[in-house]
Design a protein around this ligand. Structure first.
Ligand SMILES: Cc1cc2nc3c(=O)[nH]c(=O)nc-3n(C[C@H](O)[C@H](O)[C@H](O)COP(=O)(O)O)c2cc1C
Length: 257
């Protein structure tokens, strides 16, 4: 029988979740079919899989949960028995209930979760936490996880995975910090506005941010070619200092398979 294709799906605003997903996908070794980053607003709203499909789903952790915008999109997918790997990527604080939430949503939508894992990357709001991760050691762990997934996909007896986390899930109310543009650096190119996953930057006023819709994902910061968008202000500096000190101890990846 021919090997199935591997489809990958993630929400990656600043690229680390995507990088982790791609590393695991490479290590699984199947031919990759579709690769979707649902942080792109143009991506399809509904995807239907079948039991010949293998799907790898990656989410960043936001406030110990998966980003609500991604959760909403995942609930529109239909798994129809597709064998699925769930992974979350977090910024060295904790992943709390995010992997459990991701696994629950996938199972409720007909995906057969065969393996799950939590990995660490540089924090996209406080980058001194998990700085420069995933590093070589993380990449080795991602490869090890990918090889383990290859075995898990082929199994006929799928074990009931016990994923770390609690129900009801931790409450998440968003982050009260939002990146802003710098008038001197901004060239009004519109890239940040086009790439914002939630349309929180108006092309006419690109240095402002709609705090009501901004999810603080940092995509505008990493996508600006002129370094014009940043977190600024005393409140940010203070929280950054405390956060970096409190979450300095290195966390390590965890697998559930
Ligand atoms: C709004 C927001 C909330 C976050 N909450 C957490 C958290 O609860 N725990 C944690 O360790 N990291 C947290 N992070 C860090 C991200 O999980 C981490 O940087 C992840 O690698 C970002 O993925 P991306 O590069 O694909 O966007 C948060 C980041 C953002 C933007």
């Amino acid at each position: 029988m021919q090997d199935p294709y591997l489809n990958t799906l993630c929400f990656s605003a600043t690229g680390t979740t995507l990088r982790c997903v791609e590393t695991v996908a490479d290590a699984i070794g199947l031919s990759v079919g579709r690769t979707l980053n649902l942080a792109d607003r143009t991506r399809p709203e509904s995807i239907t899989c079948n039991d010949n499909d293998v799907v790898l789903v990656g989410a960043p952790v936001y406030g110990g949960r998966i980003p609500p915008v991604f959760a909403g999109k995942l609930k529109k997918l239909q798994g129809n028995g597709a064998r699925t790997i769930a992974m979350v990527v977090y910024g060295n604080r904790d992943y709390d209930d995010a992997l459990l939430e991701l696994t629950d949503i996938l199972r409720e939508n007909g995906f057969l979760v065969v393996a799950a894992g939590a990995f660490i990357a540089q924090h996209s709001i406080f980058p001194k936490a998990g700085m420069a991760r995933p590093d070589r050691k993380d990449l080795d762990k991602l490869i090890e996880f990918g090889r383990l997934c290859r075995g898990a996909i082929a199994r006929t007896d799928i074990p009931d995975l016990l994923i770390k986390g609690h129900r009801p899930y931790k409450k998440y109310g968003g982050v009260p910090l939002h990146p802003l543009g710098n008038q001197d650096r901004c060239k009004r190119c519109g890239i940040c506005s086009d790439l914002c996953p939630v349309n929180a930057i108006d092309k006419e006023t690109p240095c402002a941010t709609n705090a009501g819709s901004c999810i603080s994902c940092g995509r505008c910061i990493v996508s600006c070619p002129f370094g014009a968008r940043q977190y600024r202000g005393l409140k940010y500096k203070l929280i950054d200092k405390i956060f970096t000190a409190v979450f300095a101890k290195r966390k390590e990846p965890e697998f559930f398979a």
